[in-house]
Design a protein around this ligand. Sequence first.
Ligand SMILES: Cc1ncc(COP(=O)(O)O)c(C=O)c1O
Length: 482
Amino acid sequence: MSTDYGKDQIAALQEKAKRHLWLHFTRMSSYAENEVPVIVRGEGNYVFDQHGKRYLDGLAGLFVSQIGHGRAEVAEAGARQAAQLAYFPLWSYAHPQAIDLAERLASKAPGDLNRVFFTSSGSEAVESAWKLAKQYFKAIGQHARYKVLSRSIAYHGTSLGALAITGLPGIKEPFEPLPAGGVRVPNTNFYRAPEFVADDETAFGVWAADEIERAIQREGEESVAAVFLEPVQNSGGCFPPPPGYFQRVREICDRYGVLLVSDEVICAFGRLGYYFGSERYGYQPDIITFAKGVTSGYAPLGGMLVSDRLMEPFTSHHGPDITAGMHHHLHGAETAGQHTFLHGVTFAGHPVSCAVAMANLDVFEKEDLLGNVRASEAAFRATLEKLHDLPIVGNIRGDGYFYGIEMVKDKASRETFNDEESERLLRGFLSPALFDAGLICRADDRGDPVIQLSPPLTCTQEQFTEMEQILRSVLTEAWTRI
Ligand SMILES: Cc1ncc(COP(=O)(O)O)c(C=O)c1O
């Protein structure tokens, strides 16, 4: 496949991009004087830009490309499916690809999570989980439960419902008022733990979990529907759970009848060495939301896995019909008196995406990618931890193939950068310098400034070393510019 771009073609792409394309979460004005980075091809753990320059994909695109790039067999599975049946909705119909994938995901999911509701993205998965929680509680007569708890600085998506769960004030403020009911609890950044638990991670975890209980009590226990937590919180820079944290959260949720939603849009499908992050940390969610790695990005797909217990009110033939007046069904499967989850999107469980997901999971099995992550994660950590000798590196944290490096102005006091320094350091220097040096990763200052790494699960020591070397040289240079 030729992806060589000539000079004229490159110039034309630049002009068209600047004139017509609107990049997400991007300050477009920053491209007025600079070239828009254009990625044209991927191969394994690397991608190539329009000039043919190679980059190590240290972020798996956007926490997506678990199996790496350029897998012909996965692409071909999608093409075959498009030729056979490109599209049919999951609105009262099914197709074999969604059926097979639902069965396969259910067989891998922890405990009693047995039922898959597909979406086309992570935000939709998160919104679906909130909507299911709301309708479920109405269906069982607990009408006041609608609030959702989530952690400070956590990212759960950007559509308005998901944004109400997201805990990043900066990206919410322009869109307020948001749907009511989002409540924040503390995150598990042990590096920034309150002083009274700063030297005991277990005690810190107890405190952070108990803050969920206190929030439930404060809000009114009859009003809280669900708690949304990532196994390892991405935003803020990879906060793994303190020991015992999720076990205690599970107990609290059970005590108050609140649903525990494990938002695994990033952490599922091998990111932490398991199909699901909750498996790694040994807790049982009521709902798992997923997206990204389920297809490794060869086509878009998301969804939620729920227990039969949550489905029960929707399978019962008894009780009040909350769908009264809504019988514009397509196929007549729905009958009066039967409950229906009143939610759907056109491209959910798209046949091509489901076929691609099956082929993706075949690669996981054939190449034992979970085994590779479990066998290699200690080496990944040890390689990154070499960076501790740099004065700017305050903390390195994460699990599996998922790490955050927090940068500080003063290692001893853990003093962070002010807004102006952070702007100069991250946007002005680090992001372009890392890219120029051939490493795709993310310099993020939505919490304290961090660099996020989340490479394909196929990476080995060769890539760990490459990441460490590029980070070492760029972070060394950054320190001289503060
Ligand atoms: C934990 C989590 N939830 C939800 C989302 C939203 O997913 P999407 O961008 O597919 O809507 C993301 C995206 O990064 C995420 O990391």
